[in-house]
Write a protein that binds this ligand. Sequence first.
Ligand SMILES: Cc1ncc(COP(=O)(O)O)c(C=O)c1O
Length: 365
Amino acid sequence: MKELVRPALIGTEPYDPGLSMAQLADRYGADALVKLNWNEDLFGPLPGVLDAVAAELATNVAFYPEQAFGDFREAVAAQAGCQPGQVVPGHGIQALVMSTVGVFVALGDRVVIPKPTYGLYRQVCQAAGANLDIVPTVDLRFDLDQMLARAQGAKLLFVCDPNNPTGDRLTADEWRYVRENLPAGCVAVVDEAYADYIDPAERINRVADIDAGHRVVVLRTFSKLYGIAGLRLGYGIVPEAMVPYYDAVQEPFNLNRAALSAGLACLAIPEVVEERRRLVASVRDAFAARLADHGIATHPSASNFVLVHVSVDDQELCGAVARHGYMLRPGHEFGMPGYVRVTVAPEIMDDVADRIVEAAQALGA
Ligand SMILES: Cc1ncc(COP(=O)(O)O)c(C=O)c1O
């Protein structure tokens, strides 16, 4: 059947998240590894979330989650400051990237993607038969002028803010520049997976931009600060008129009841979420400061991870640190040799920093 496959799929590499934990533990001879390599939340579930899931499943596991979508849309809209009718639920940003590409991208359309950024945009666009226009960052920051120049005649412009793997975020002025100079005919797809880690007072309000008629799609997730990556829950915020097109490309009951009830439980406790955000930020900043004390530079992060410039072979460094039980993400996997990306976790980060310093020195930094 191979000759019947859509031509765009020939040569499209699947997204590579790296080796599994079992493979890594085997390779590095550690019994168990702490996963600091995938940017999941490692601070434990928020209070009440697991109970809400159990209660929902006990009553409703036999039923399609029809009504639950309405509740979820309303709760998201109340938090996000948009209309429920603008919310597109999806099982994570990964699914919503696919839906967005399904809505906008036809064979041969051009899409603009910065580099480095989250790898999935590239794979999904390539599989859809888009022409990829990759714009390198300058000093690890988006080259906005180049991105906007290339967006002329392109269908989508991907903006990951804060960006993965740098952790960096756009300033309000930079975003305004993008928004105001986005060429006609191009939609900005903004992945806000890590935006929940930004101080609410400094967060960019892109819902207002959508309401003002800018061509913007916002993608959000419960996988990061809300800590339920395993349940797969996210949503898009789009102009209301676009929702029928999303409905046309998504599965009708695409979210499961466990995820929906967990999401609702998270949205019901904003003060606890804010407390968690501050905790993660303080652990992250202390980790970066400890590395800086030993002369190891990090990129400023507004996320739950830190990009560390180890200036030695990143794979060897990850191997050395893995032998102490910590799995980091080597930069060569996302085109940045000499860097490692480290997800922050409670309690262990001093030790992780010390292991990185030790390994970097042993490797000649
Ligand atoms: C920038 C970015 N977007 C999206 C995702 C995946 O989000 P979700 O779990 O909602 O599919 C990740 C996961 O690491 C990410 O780094």
